[in-house]
Design a protein around this ligand. Structure first.
Ligand code: DC
Length: 228
């Protein structure tokens, strides 16, 4: 199977890019952030304090995650219920960043992610895909952009969903979460040594896609000449 790993900080446009690449190549797009967020949602809805590690670990066996794909769109179900947009709020983002640092939460999600990449050609985005989940991925991209750019994009996304928030709040949340993700002990959000860096601060969606496809083509042509 061909595995394409896209890592990078919040708001760098990983999911938009990963979705587009998956569509172009006919691969499955796996949004791993949605899996962590789904656990965050469960923790929130069951009124569990995310900072109480033992309490979070204790409920993991009660959580069943299922993934479905329709027309390239990933849907996550927690114990049979579609999480929908409930996982996209700033509150869930904050809880998720806390619980994502717990090693047991990460290992709980490990096999599900690895299994997807064994069964399908995937474009998988997250924070530790190139380093921990798919260290042998044929293509690894580390997508980043300036904090200002990322905050502006996230702000527009949240406002489009009708969420009341200021630009300053978005930027502060983003910096705080990135710091937590990058400095945690287990699977910190860092670029894999063999990832190709792509900074899209000055690129629009189309240009980001073209630059990424160039990286994908070059890498795949090295190992599978004339494939794409
Ligand atoms: O990409 P996102 O904003 O949906 O991620 C939500 C949170 O989950 C973020 O704090 C980072 C964390 N995460 C992670 O630790 N590892 C991943 N593979 C994906 C997300």
């Amino acid at each position: 199977m061909i595995n394409i790993a896209i890592d990078g900080p919040s708001g760098s446009g990983k999911s938009t890019l990963a979705k587009e690449i998956a569509k172009r190549l006919g691969y499955v797009y796996v949004d791993t952030g949605a899996l962590y967020r789904s656990i965050g949602l469960y923790i929130s809805e069951h009124h569990i304090n995310p900072n109480k590690k033992e309490d979070v670990i204790a409920v993991l066996p009660d959580i069943r995650l299922d993934l479905t794909y329709e027309e390239g769109k990933q849907t996550v179900y927690v114990n049979g219920a579609n999480v929908g947009d409930r996982i996209r709020t700033p509150e869930i983002a904050e809880i998720t960043s806390i619980i994502a640092s717990i090693p047991e939460v990460r290992s709980f999600l490990l096999s599900l992610q690895k299994e997807m990449a064994i069964k399908h050609n995937v474009v998988m985005d997250g924070r530790d895909i190139g380093t921990v989940i798919l260290p042998d991925a044929q293509v690894k991209i580390y997508l980043s952009a300036s904090a200002e750019n990322r905050a502006e994009r996230r702000y527009n996304e949240l406002r489009a969903k009708g969420i009341e928030i200021t630009r300053e709040e978005v930027k502060a949340d983003l910096i705080k979460r990135d710091h937590a993700d990058e400095t945690r002990e287990t699977a910190p959000a860092v670029a894999a040594e063999d990832a190709v860096p792509l900074d899209n601060s000055a690129l629009n969606l189309e240009q980001t896609f073209e630059a990424a496809m160039e990286i994908v083509r070059n890498k795949l042509n090295e190992i599978l000449p004339n494939r794409i």
